[in-house]
Ligand binder design. Structure first.
Ligand code: BTN
Length: 261
């Protein structure tokens, strides 16, 4: 699993079939794998289609932020998911769990989730997930940026203090293809669990990795700053927060977590 060799390019010729339960679209450069996936989904691409690229020129993060990855060192890809109907709201949590389980296999530690779906190792962010869903058209795109072999120097200065990579955590170069293979497999299994209605398993697994529970957090909603204590998630995946006014359930798309203590 771990080696010291140069893994600077994904070997495109071994990407199909062995890597995924659906077709794989590999392109060296794309603006955003999420944008390409949305176009493909609108055009009828099947469930399980994965879009992978080496160099993403306009990678998108949540809430309008940018996602920067180092070409040749990290992983940027998106997966098209269909046929989820009522379970769509738990897809971001399920995707975070798939990332956590894959990271743990390589980093040998327990990664945790900062609601709704940032993946942390030792209080630093190793992966971000952007889910863009069109439930009425019955598709969602799960975009994942996972820092694999970036060094501290490769990480942009403005986020260096809060970001990490599997290399930084382990001291070893990690084989990106192995991570991708494992992660696509875990994503497939979690999507199957959602379809089968095994939401209790997903909620239980998520709660065991909740990085926010018990912490004081700040968030912005409708241009108003708020503070409260994180108390876990409800069964719909909303973040429960206790405030002076009582308990609130925050929806991922509607709040911007601004701080935590
Ligand atoms: C976040 O932490 O704000 C989410 C980051 C999501 C980044 C990934 S990289 C692959 C996919 N394509 C994008 O443009 N964004 C996601």
């Amino acid at each position: 699993m771990r080696d010291q060799t140069d893994k600077s390019t994904l070997r495109t010729h071994i990407v199909p079939a062995a890597f995924s339960h659906g077709p794989v679209v590999f392109s060296r450069t794309l603006d955003s794998t999420n944008d390409t996936s949305k176009e493909l989904a609108n055009g009828g691409a099947v469930d399980g289609t994965a879009v992978i690229c080496e160099d993403q020129s306009s990678g998108k993060g949540r809430q309008g932020r940018e996602w920067i990855a180092t070409p040749g060192l990290d992983l940027t890809f998106s997966l098209i998911v269909r046929e989820l109907s009522d379970q769509m709201n738990l897809l971001p949590l399920a995707a975070a769990l798939a990332v956590c389980e894959s990271c743990d296999r390589f980093a040998g530690s327990t990664s945790r989730i900062k609601w709704p779906n940032d993946v942390w190792i030792s209080e630093s962010k190793v992966a971000g997930i952007l889910v863009e869903a069109r439930p009425r058209s019955d598709w969602a795109v799960v975009g994942i940026g996972l820092n694999i072999n970036s060094t501290k120097e490769n990480i942009p200065a403005e986020i260096r203090g809060q970001a990490t990579s599997l290399l930084i955590e382990t001291g070893y170069q990690v084989d990106r293809e192995e991570v991708l293979r494992l992660l696509l497999g875990r994503l497939h299994e979690f999507v199957m669990a959602l379809r089968a209605g095994r939401t209790a398993d997903i909620l239980h697994a998520y709660r065991s990795r909740d990085a926010l529970i018990g912490r004081t957090i700040g968030w912005e909603a409708d241009h108003v700053q708020n503070r409260g204590r994180a108390e876990g998630i409800d069964d719909a995946g909303n973040l429960l927060v206790s405030t002076a006014e009582g308990q609130l359930a925050l929806k991922a798309g509607e709040v911007h977590l601004s701080e935590m203590e």
